[in-house]
Design a protein around this ligand. Structure first.
Ligand SMILES: *Cc1c(COP(=O)(O)O)cnc(C)c1O
Length: 360
């Protein structure tokens, strides 16, 4: 029986994995890594090598710590548990930033929400951060609506609020673009977006300053309390049995794929191609009108007539293409295109040809 090829996926998470992942998985199997103890010397070496590669390839400052988590969602809890006494402030314009706020609010009812409009350029000089806020929470790339914060946001905030910690969700941008790690204290994400890997592994990157705050707060109530993670990471280990396969795959992707700078260069050109095309098509437009806040890694396309959307998605499947669904309040009126490094040029060509055919 002939097996049907799965469609090329443009979902922004879980998303297309690098084709090399197939061989990397076999390597891990053949090396016996899938059964090793996470307290063994073999694991320590794998983990240490992966952390070192991450730091060098992503340009993470030497004195920052990198931790493995299970997901970005887990960091939504670690930050209020281990890095906040009472109050964090949350600036967001979409579902992921809002979810982070909602998780936090369950732990600290005084957490403060500052929603803003999707076309608004968040201006640090106009952000009103409460004096008693300990931590400013931002979503670098809002996957639900295809917006991103301008590059200089973090350094400006740092300058204005030198006493507060700054935490940034970079789940759908990390590895797709270089990040100014020293301009904020906490950066987190997971590997099923720009790293082109299967889900089940998250990363949490923390400044020495934030670890000092964690020491002061001294939270040790949770298996994933930051201090517990730090005690284990001093030996390159984790508090729980980690996703060893995920860590191995991450190491191999870091060893074999382009750098964030190179990725950004390619993704920027592709994003421009998509936005230009969408402007020329009928019945669709970019959800985000303000070009300054448009994401390069997730492109949200608004469909003028909602009835068209299911038909378009079905036709895409017939052409071997899986369009990313809309998310949250934009679920019924948009589709999203992941612009991640694992997607090949020929696949972008296929999608563009399909869109011209259907909407040109
Ligand atoms: C995907 C995503 C998350 C959730 O990631 P998980 O690994 O599923 O926890 C959080 N924030 C943003 C911005 C995302 O894109």
């Amino acid at each position: 029986m002939p097996t049907l090829l799965p469609p090329v996926t443009f979902f922004p998470g879980p998303s297309k994995v690098f084709p090399e992942v197939k061989n990397f998985m076999a390597e891990a199997f053949d090396a016996g890594l899938l059964s090793i103890s996470h307290r063994s010397e073999t694991f320590n070496q794998l983990s240490e090598a992966t952390i070192k590669l991450l730091k060098s390839k992503l340009n993470i400052p030497d004195d920052y710590w990198v931790f493995y988590t299970t997901s970005a969602t887990e960091s939504w809890e670690i930050i209020p548990q281990s890095l906040t006494k009472h109050k964090s402030v949350h600036f967001y314009n979409g579902s992921f930033g809002e979810k982070w706020f909602q998780y936090t609010q369950k732990i600290h009812p005084s957490a403060e929400a500052h929603p803003f409009k999707i076309n608004q350029h968040l201006n640090p000089w106009e952000m009103e951060v409460a004096k008693d806020a300990e931590i400013i929470c931002l979503t670098h790339n809002e996957t639900s609506n295809g917006t991103r914060l301008p590059e200089d946001t973090f350094s400006a905030l740092r300058e204005m609020y030198p006493n507060q910690l700054i935490a940034v969700d970079v789940t759908s941008s990390i590895f797709g673009t270089p990040l100014p790690f020293s301009d904020a204290d906490i950066w987190y994400g997971s590997v099923q977006k720009c790293f082109g890997l299967p889900a089940g592994l998250g990363l949490l990157i923390v400044s020495p300053r934030a670890l000092d705050v964690a020491k002061e707060i001294a939270d040790r109530k949770h298996y994933d309390s930051l201090l517990t993670l730090q005690d284990n990471m001093a030996k390159f280990q984790t508090s729980h049995t980690p996703n060893v396969l995920g860590i191995y795959l991450l190491k191999r992707v870091l060893e074999t794929q382009l750098s964030p700078e190179e990725n950004e260069h390619a993704l920027l050109a592709r994003a421009q191609r998509y936005y230009k095309l969408i402007d020329q098509l009928n019945n669709v437009c970019p959800l985000i009108e303000n070009v300054d806040v448009r994401s390069q890694t997730v492109i949200a396309v608004q469909v003028e007539d909602k009835a068209l959307l299911p038909r378009l998605k079905a036709k895409a499947i017939d052409s071997g293409l899986l369009l990313g669904s809309g998310y949250g309040q934009w679920k019924e009126s948009t589709f999203r295109i992941a612009n991640f490094p694992a997607i090949q040029v020929q696949e972008v060509d296929l999608l563009c040809d399909f869109l011209i055919e259907e909407l040109g």
